[in-house]
Structure formats: structure tokens, C-alpha cells
Design a protein around this ligand. Structure first.
Ligand code: C2E
Ligand code: CA
Ligand code: CA
Length: 575
């Protein structure tokens, strides 16, 4: 029992009942209760407005009120106070109604002693506390204390009504943290949580009283700005947010920087429906992300169309992952001089039940945008390693399996470790794995790229630069990069025989690779002429339809141990 007194408001017009309750409570727990009495509901409501009570005991039969409506009026005045009805009527039906209206208990006058009433009071207080705890849980995000999605929707609906009445605008902001997932993955969830809490604090510092900040889940926050008169009002707040976020976050004694991408939609200019407004702000946010991150965008209409198409595909992609609709095909790579099979490039195929086989050129960009690429690459790495290890167990001469790494993914700091762990789990020696990375992916952040490359290469993984010649690698970088192979883009190979420029580029790339002591492979080789030309220039590896198309794992076995005579003969002729 606590020592502080329980503050009771007793609303009762019968003198006898007032005195009786005082006596009963005093006899049961002396000095425990401080009782304030009023004889009318009006007086009771005035008391509730001025003072804080722990519980209200009320009759339903008062000079200025009658029946269960009494409860509603008390609740309107003070929603958080527990209510016990003490009534002259011994009616189960009324008791039920009273509780349904939100009172915590129903006692009948003259029944039970003081102890029973004391206990009823304690229970009522406790029950009310629990109810409020539950409603808190239902409406607020437990991590940050911000409004959750449910409360957000309620507040948004109310904000739109108020805006109509006051002829003002509502700005809806959606804020997403760039690379949050990255931080979560590398520093751990505790650090991620801490970051979200700190972001919530900073957002609170940027907004005005009356604005609602909510966390919709993950690292997605929204702000409902009311009483907006012009776009500039919203811009002011967004500028503040972007500024606040520029300061580093202290996580695990490290200084971490995160930048937000902000999308904004305006009511009633963009849409009058709350759900659409949120969707619009969302697509504006994605467009901000595309536009280089750490910036904001207002919603425009055609943005929506683009997103709709993508959303459909994204849902299908998610299902495809769950339902195992992906398969890997393998295309052989050969040594030009020895005609030996060196490796297989794993190329993903999506067997969609609705659309048939879908090219990776179509869905990989979408997977990159939606962040699903991580899961897909994980699957590709695991499956390719599993297959290659199986081939070795079956007694075939060991080859390397080449995996395409999407440019967007390469920037992730932990990609080296992530891939390496998966290789280790597959029982395949890392030297039998090759990663194909495009030039562009490496040039985004040269220093960081090279660190990752070094880590991979130190672990024995083979690195190729894919589509070489199409990007903007400068020679000086090429020298520094920790790589093994340059893969000449097929667009140059295609026109080698017709286009003198392309022929010159190809010879230059081969010569350069040689001087840097790098392997060089030509992809997209389709004719014997192309193969001869490449061989004459000193290209040491080749891949293309002429030597072997991408095929299923089973079919690929024909290339092992020089069993594919056609490939070998074509290679021999060119040598
Ligand atoms: P890429 O890495 O440049 O792959 C080579 C593409 O050229 C493959 O197309 C292959 O089937 C095709 N090809 C091979 N030899 C010839 C030839 O002689 N002539 C012609 N015309 N084409 C040839 P595919 O399989 O449709 O893949 C397209 C692109 O999709 C790939 O280009 C790669 O960037 C991406 N991709 C494929 N699988 C994956 C994957 O598992 N992960 C990622 N991130 N990207 C993938
Ligand atoms: Ca490739
Ligand atoms: Ca390529």
C-alpha cells in the first residue's frame, strides 16, 4: 500500500448515503481516503475540471442527471479517471450497460461492507490504468513514442476536416532514411534502434506544436503539418529537418551520418483522399531518393504512374522469391589457347507463372530499386555455389562460377563479408568463385570500392570488371584496382568485323590488359571471325553463343572435360 491518500470524488445527493460511505471507508482504511463530495453532476464536473482525482464514485440518480448518460458526461470532462457507479437499483442489466459505457464497476447501495468498496476502488484504478496502457500501445510506437500508423491515420483524417473548415492546406511529409538498412546490418539492431530514437527527437525539434509526427514502420517517418498557407511553409520545415540531420549521430562511439529523403504531398491540391495523399508523398519520397538522396521532392502526377507499374512488379517479385520461381542458367567460358573450360557465368531467369520467362534485364533494375536485390543475390550466390560444389563432387574438373553483382549493391559495406560467408557455408573454396562487377559500380566511390575489392581478392575470390569499355574507368584507377580480369563488353565484340573503331577499342583493351597483367575475356562472341580476330590480338578467354549459350545446370555438363567437341573445334581453329 502506498502512503499517499486516494483522492475520491463522490457525487451523491442523498445525505445519508454520503455519510454512510465516509464511515464505511474510514472504518475499513483509516486515513487512506480523501473524499470530496458534490450533490450535483454539474458540481462534480466543475471539481473534475479543477482538481485531480484518482477515482469517481457516482450515483446515477442525481438532481441534474439521470442514468448511464452520467458516465458519458464524466468521461467527456476527464477521460482518464476511473468511475464506479453506486446505485440504488440492483439490476444486472443496468450494471452491464454501465460497464459497457466505460465505467469500471457497479455497486449496489447497502450491499457489501467497507472492505468490499475499498477493494472495488483499488481494482477500478488498476483496471483503468491497464486500459490506458493498452490504448497507448495501440496508438503509439513503443520504440520512439511517436504516433503509430493507426493514430497517424486518425490524426490525418481530422487534419483534413479542420483544413476544410479553416480554408488552409495540410502538408504531408514522408521521410525515409537513406541507407538505414545498411547501418542496421553493420552496427546491429540496438544501434539501429538508438538511431531511430535520435531521429525521432530531431524531428520533434524541427516541427511546430500541433504537428503530428508518426513512425509508420522501419525507418519511415511522416509528419502532418496543419495550418499551412503556402508551399514555402512546408519547405521551411523540410529545410530545418535536412539541416538537423546533417549533424552526426553517436552510435557505438562512432560518428554515423544519415541523410533523409523527403516526399511531400499537399491537401487538397494533390488529392482529397487521405490514402492517396500518403501514397503521393511516398512516391515523391522515392523520387527524392532517385534524385540523389538527402533532398526533398513535391509530388507530381506522372510520378504516380511510374510507381504503380513498379509496385505491381514489386509484389510479383516478392512472391517469386517466396515461391522459388528463379532458376540459374550457366554459360561456359573458355581458355582461347588450351580450349579448356574455365568457368560458368550464372545468369538468373525468372519463370513467372503469369508472364513466362522474364529477362533479368527487366527485373534486376526493379529489384535494385525496391531493395529486393539483396535477397535475390543471396539466393544466386547460394545456388551457384551449391551447384558448382556439386559438379566437383561428381568428379568434374573444377571450374569457377561467375556471379553478377548489381551495381547498387556493391556500395554496401558488408557485401564482401556477406558473400564470403555464403561461399564458406556452401563448402566451396573461394577460388572457384568469381564476381562480375560493372565499371560504374566501382567508380562511384573509388577508395571504398577498392577496399572491398581487396578484401574479396585477399580471400581468394576472383574479380572481373563486367561490360568493360562502356563506363568511364580511367587507366590510373585500373592500375590500382584489385582485380583479375577485364571483360570486354559485347557491344564492341559485336561490331568488331564491321566497325574499325570498335576493332581498335578491342585491341586497345586487350593490349592494356596485358600490360597491366590482367586477364581479358571477350563476351558475346557469335561468329568464328570474331573469335579469330580476338585470338590474333591476344585475348585469352572467350564467352558467347558461338561457344555455348546459357543453359540449365544439367545441360551444362556437356561442356565439362572437353566433351563439347564443337566448342573445342571452333576454339582450336582460331588458335
Ligand atoms: P551480363 O552480365 O552482361 O550478361 C551477359 C548477357 O549476354 C546475358 O544475358 C547472356 O545471355 C547474353 N549473352 C551471352 N552470350 C551472348 C552472345 O553471344 N550474343 C548475345 N547477343 N548475347 C549473349 P542475360 O542472361 O539476359 O542477362 C542480362 C543481364 O542481366 C546480365 O548482363 C546481367 O547484367 C544481368 N543479370 C543476369 N543474371 C544476373 C544475376 O544473377 N544477378 C544480377 N545482379 N544481374 C544479373
Ligand atoms: Ca556478367
Ligand atoms: Ca556483360
Amino acid at each position: 500500500m502506498t502512503l499517499s491518500k486516494v483522492n475520491i470524488l463522490h457525487i451523491e445527493d442523498n445525505e445519508g448515503d454520503i455519510r454512510l460511505l465516509k464511515e464505511l471507508l474510514n472504518n475499513a482504511r483509516e486515513g487512506k481516503y480523501k473524499i470530496t463530495t458534490t450533490v450535483t453532476l454539474k458540481g462534480g464536473l466543475a471539481q473534475l475540471a479543477d482538481n485531480k482525482f484518482d477515482v469517481v464514485l457516482t450515483d446515477l440518480d442525481l438532481p441534474d442527471a439521470d442514468g448511464v448518460n452520467t458516465i458519458t458526461r464524466i468521461q467527456e470532462q476527464e477521460p482518464s479517471v476511473p468511475i464506479i457507479v453506486i446505485s440504488g437499483q440492483d439490476s444486472e442489466e443496468l450494471a452491464l450497460q454501465v460497464v459497457q459505457k466505460g465505467a469500471q464497476d457497479y455497486l449496489v447501495k447497502g450491499q457489501g461492507d467497507g472492505l468490499l468498496i475499498c477493494r472495488a476502488i483499488e481494482y477500478a484504478i488498476e483496471r483503468k490504468r491497464n486500459e490506458q496502457g493498452l490504448s497507448y500501445l495501440a496508438n503509439y510506437d513503443s520504440l520512439t513514442g511517436l504516433a503509430n500508423r493507426l493514430l497517424f491515420r486518425e490524426r490525418l483524417d481530422r487534419a483534413l476536416i479542420r483544413a476544410d473548415r479553416n480554408k488552409t492546406l495540410v502538408a504531408l511529409l514522408v521521410i525515409d532514411l537513406d541507407r538505414f538498412k545498411n547501418i542496421n546490418d553493420t552496427l546491429g539492431h540496438d544501434a539501429g534502434d538508438k538511431l531511430l530514437i535520435e531521429v525521432a527527437n530531431r524531428l520533434e525539434n524541427c516541427t511546430r506544436e500541433g504537428d503530428t509526427i508518426a513512425r509508420l514502420g522501419g525507418d519511415e517517418f511522416t509528419i502532418i503539418m496543419e495550418d499551412v498557407k503556402a508551399f514555402e511553409d512546408a519547405v521551411k520545415i523540410v529545410d530545418k529537418i535536412l539541416n538537423q540531420m546533417k549533424n552526426s549521430f553517436d552510435l557505438l562511439a562512432r560518428e554515423i551520418y544519415v541523410s533523409p529523403s523527403v516526399g511531400i504531398s499537399m491537401y487538397p491540391l494533390d488529392d482529397t483522399d487521405a490514402g492517396n495523399l500518403l501514397r503521393n508523398a511516398d512516391s515523391a519520397m522515392y523520387s527524392a531518393k532517385d534524385g540523389g538522396r538527402n533532398c526533398y521532392r513535391f509530388y507530381t502526377e506522372d510520378m504516380n504512374k511510374k510507381l504503380l507499374i513498379n509496385l505491381n512488379m514489386e509484389a510479383k517479385l516478392r512472391r517469386a522469391i517466396e515461391r522459388n520461381e528463379f532458376v540459374l542458367n550457366y554459360q561456359p567460358k573458355f581458355d582461347m589457347h588450351t580450349q579448356e573450360l574455365l568457368g560458368a557465368e550464372a545468369l538468373i531467369r525468372w519463370h513467372s507463372p503469369d508472364e513466362g520467362v522474364i529477362s533479368p534485364a527487366l527485373f534486376i533494375p526493379l529489384a535494385e530499386e525496391s531493395g529486393l536485390i539483396g535477397v535475390i543475390t543471396d539466393w544466386v550466390v547460394q545456388e551457384a555455389c551449391r551447384q558448382n560444389s556439386l559438379w566437383q563432387q561428381e568428379g568434374h574438373a573444377p571450374i569457377r562460377v561467375a556471379i553478377n553483382i548489381s551495381p547498387r549493391q556493391f556500395a554496401h559495406e558488408n557485401i564482401a563479408r556477406r558473400i564470403f560467408n555464403q561461399i564458406i557455408c556452401s563448402d566451396l573454396a573461394p577460388k572457384y568463385v568469381e564476381l562480375e562487377i560493372t565499371e560504374g559500380a566501382l567508380m562511384d566511390d573509388v577508395e571504398k570500392s577498392n577496399e572491398i575489392l581487396k578484401e574479396l581478392k585477399d580471400r581468394g575470390i576472383h574479380i572481373s570488371i563486367d561490360d568493360f569499355g562502356t563506363g568511364y574507368s580511367s587507366l590510373s584507377y585500373l592500375k590500382k584496382f584489385h582485380i583479375n580480369t577485364l571483360k570486354i563488353d559485347q557491344s564492341f565484340v559485336r561490331d568488331i568485323m564491321e566497325d574499325a573503331d570498335d576493332a581498335a577499342i578491342v585491341s586497345a583493351i586487350i593490349a592494356m590488359a596485358k600490360s597491366l597483367r590482367l586477364n581479358v575475356i571477350a563476351e558475346g562472341v557469335e561468329t568464328p571471325e570474331q573469335l579469330n580476330y580476338l585470338a590474333a590480338k591476344g585475348c585469352n578467354e572467350a564467352q558467347g553463343y558461338l561457344l555455348g549459350k546459357p543453359v540449365s545446370a544439367k545441360e551444362f555438363e556437356k561442356f565439362f572435360d572437353n566433351k563439347s567437341e564443337t566448342s573445342a573445334i571452333k576454339l582450336a581453329k582460331s588458335a
